[in-house]
Each structure stands twice: as C-alpha cells, then as structure tokens.
Design a protein around this ligand. Structure first.
Ligand code: SAH
Length: 244
C-alpha cells in the first residue's frame, strides 16, 4: 500500500518517513513526541474556547498518532483525522481501542479530502504540519476549502526567529535531545505575518494569534503574548455572502 500519494501531492517523503519512525512510541509521553504531549492540553483548550465541540465536524490535518484528534473526540466532536503516513495512522487507529473513542482516521492528503468533502467541516485543525510541507500556500488553500462558510481554522507552527532556532532546533534537537536531529528545517518556519498573508489569500480572516510557551524542563505549556517561538492562531472563513 502506498504511504505517500502521487508525486504531485504536497508532501516530502523524507518527512513522512521521519515521523513513521516515531510512530510506535507516539503515545509514550516520555518518547520523542513528548513536546506534543506537553503542548496538547493548551492547544485543545484554545480550540475549545472558540468552538462548541459537541457535535462539531472537525478535520485534523496531519493528525499524526492522534493526540489532538482524541481530545477533540472526547469533547464530543465528530473528528476526521488525516495524515500521509500509514504508520502513524495505524498507531492512531490502534490507540482508539485503548481510549474507546471513535475517530475517522484516513491516509489521505489535504487536497484529496478537500476534493471529496469541500466545505464539509465546522472547523479544521492543522497543528505542527505547515513547517513540514513543500508548498505551504497550497496547504492553506486546501484547509480553507475544507471549511464551511463561517467555519474556523486552527493552526500551530514555529516562527522563523533566532529564538525559535534556539529553542526548536538547537535546544530540542541538539542540547536536550528531545527530538531527533533533522526534525525541523529553519528555512521552512513561517512568521505570523507570512502565514497571515497566506490565510488572507485563501479568503480567511485572521481572528487571533497567541504565543505558545513551553518549558521542557518542567514540561509546562501556556498561552502568552510571546509569539517568537511557537504560536497558535485562529482564522475564520467568512459566512456565505460576505467577502473576505
Ligand atoms: N498534528 C499532530 C502531529 C504533528 S507531527 C500533532 O500536532 O500532534 C507532523 C505530522 O505531519 C506527522 O504525522 C507527519 O506524518 C505529517 N505530515 C508531514 N507532511 C505531511 C503532508 N504533506 N501531508 C499530511 N501529513 C503530513
């Protein structure tokens, strides 16, 4: 079974292979996904503060092993989780047996889901993915196409600043060895202003940008005004009849 869609898909096979190697330990809070485990409650609370999750149809794009998908499902959302890594999707599905939750996990690209279910979702989450794709603008266009009019997009990613280089690459990959070396590529990080431009071009209105603070020593995460390293944002697709 192919783990990566056709050559035209917006994907780097090396990225998929890299995350595939982490799949088996994805749900180990002390494994390589440790930062994602630590950030997850804050991300989930950010989403829940802006959207009534009960009964909401939510797409989690680049869902990995399903950390966020499960929290959203537990809060009552009807979640579709997609990723181009077969291994991480296998782990995500397996974990549902442990959590007794239901999530529709698929090995599918954002473009394929957008073609199959245009304007099909009340909300779309895309956490820690955009810094790993070759064409961020195309990804944002897919995310916008997935949203119903009035729907909300939530994203998190790394800023392109010396502070982010220090924390995410030097700190996490080299000094603390929290993440495998090569997990992140500085040139692919996006500044909030750059991502904001991509969102506007896709017809979305930026509603909020928040800093996502993280102390890997005590494993605490929090929202702040400091967006220089990791940040979260929400953007809305205008309701039908209103142009962006
Ligand atoms: N969103 C999850 C996982 C982040 S890790 C979370 O924050 O908890 C990044 C994930 O993106 C990995 O699972 C990887 O397989 C996936 N990925 C990388 N490139 C992708 C692409 N082009 N399309 C879809 N998923 C991709």
């Amino acid at each position: 079974m192919p783990t990566v869609a056709d050559a035209h898909a917006n994907v780097s096979p090396e990225e998929i292979a890299r995350f595939g190697q982490l799949a088996a330990r994805w749900w180990d809070p002390d494994g390589e996904s440790r930062p994602l485990h630590d950030l997850n409650p804050v991300r989930a609370a950010y989403v829940a503060a802006r959207l009534d999750l009960r009964g909401a149809r939510v797409a989690d794009v680049g869902c990995g092993g399903g950390l966020l998908s499960e929290v959203l499902a537990r809060a009552g959302a009807n979640v579709t989780g997609i990723d181009l890594g077969q291994k991480v999707i296998d782990i995500a599905r397996l974990h549902l047996h442990e959590s007794n939750l239901s999530v529709d996990y698929r090995v599918q690209s954002s473009a394929e889901l957008a073609a199959a279910e245009p304007a099909g979702f009340d909300a779309v989450c895309c956490m820690e993915l955009i810094e790993h794709v070759p064409d961020p603008a195309a990804l944002v266009n897919d995310l916008a196409a997935l949203l119903k009019p009035g729907g909300l997009l939530f994203m998190s990613t790394l800023n392109r600043t010396p502070a982010a280089f220090g924390a995410a690459i030097l700190g996490a990959e080299y000094v603390m060895r929290l993440l495998p070396r090569g997990t992140h590529h500085y040139a692919q990080f996006l500044k909030p202003s750059e991502l904001g431009r991509l969102l506007r071009r896709a017809g979305l209105a930026l509603e909020d940008v928040a800093g996502l603070g993280y102390n890997p020593l005590n494993r605490k995460a929090w929202l702040s005004r400091f967006t220089a390293v990791n940040y979260l944002l929400s953007a809305r697709k205008p309701a039908a009849g209103i142009s962006a």
